[in-house]
Design a protein around this ligand. Structure first.
Ligand SMILES: Cc1ncc(C[n+]2csc(CCOP(=O)(O)OP(=O)(O)O)c2C)c(N)n1
Ligand SMILES: [Mg+2]
Length: 217
């Protein structure tokens, strides 16, 4: 197949066309048939911590169709592909706020996926950065959530709220047995784990001469 490969670190010149064998994904990988792509200049920390002036092309952002996904990480498609097996998505309340409209697809197309939503009333991963780098000043990371089980019902799905660890097992079994799109809302504590990108807001190392006064060694 034809592929565009990001051959080395750098600008547009580092994108090259190549013929490569069709990728064979293992569990944890996905092959996406690309329908459109753009160049991502935004996620500047992602590659080696350099900034845009040194890292002109950081990555390639794509939209396309899932061609193969042996781990079945896309629960809606996985349920269509294997209707006899449970398909369960695990999401934070922040992530759910960005994606809950997918429930409408599941209801409309009658795809009985379960989504387990961890309701801790915060964008925890972002809040951890505000603790570590902004002296506990919070902007936009404390959420005032509605009942996500209630929203699920308003969308025509089932909604279950669980407030105690001892109820999780039965609730999950019930959610799968419903054979309808079901949101299982777990009310959880606010303790925070480690940030997933420890370097996220550290001072950058800048490479161009004109920035030499702003760089860390
Ligand atoms: C579409 C999108 N927007 C923004 C982000 C950046 N982001 C990473 S984690 C996070 C907060 C997630 O909060 P939540 O889902 O509630 O999980 P928690 O950390 O509280 O367990 C955000 C906004 C992202 N990953 N994807
Ligand atoms: Mg959260």
């Amino acid at each position: 197949m034809r592929a565009i490969v990001l051959e080395t670190f750098g600008g547009l010149d580092s994108l090259v066309y190549r013929d490569i064998p069709e990728p064979e994904p293992v569990v944890g990988q996905v092959v996406i048939e690309i329908k459109a792509f753009g160049l991502n200049h935004a996620e500047m920390h992602m590659r080696r911590g350099e900034w845009a002036e040194a890292a002109q092309v950081i990555g390639i952002e794509c939209v396309g169709l899932v061609k193969s996904c042996p781990g079945g990480e896309f629960p809606i498609g996985a349920k269509v592909a294997a209707p006899d097996r449970p398909a369960i998505a695990y999401v934070g309340d922040g992530a759910w706020g960005m994606s809950l409209q997918e429930t409408l697809t599941c209801v409309r197309e009658n795809i009985p996926v379960v989504a387990v939503v961890f309701n801790n009333g915060q964008w925890g991963a972002e809040k951890k950065n505000q603790i570590d780098f902004y002296a506990d000043r919070y902007v936009g990371t404390n959420l005032k959530n509605p009942s996500f089980a209630g929203i699920a019902k308003a969308m025509g799905a089932e909604g279950i709220t669980v407030g105690h660890p001892g109820e999780v097992g039965d609730a999950l079994k019930q959610a799968v047995a419903n054979n309808k799109p079901t949101i299982l809302e777990l009310m959880v504590t606010q303790e925070l784990g480690d940030p997933f990108r420890r370097d996220a807001l550290k001072k950058p190392k800048r490479l161009l001469d004109k920035y030499k006064d702003f760089t860390v060694a």
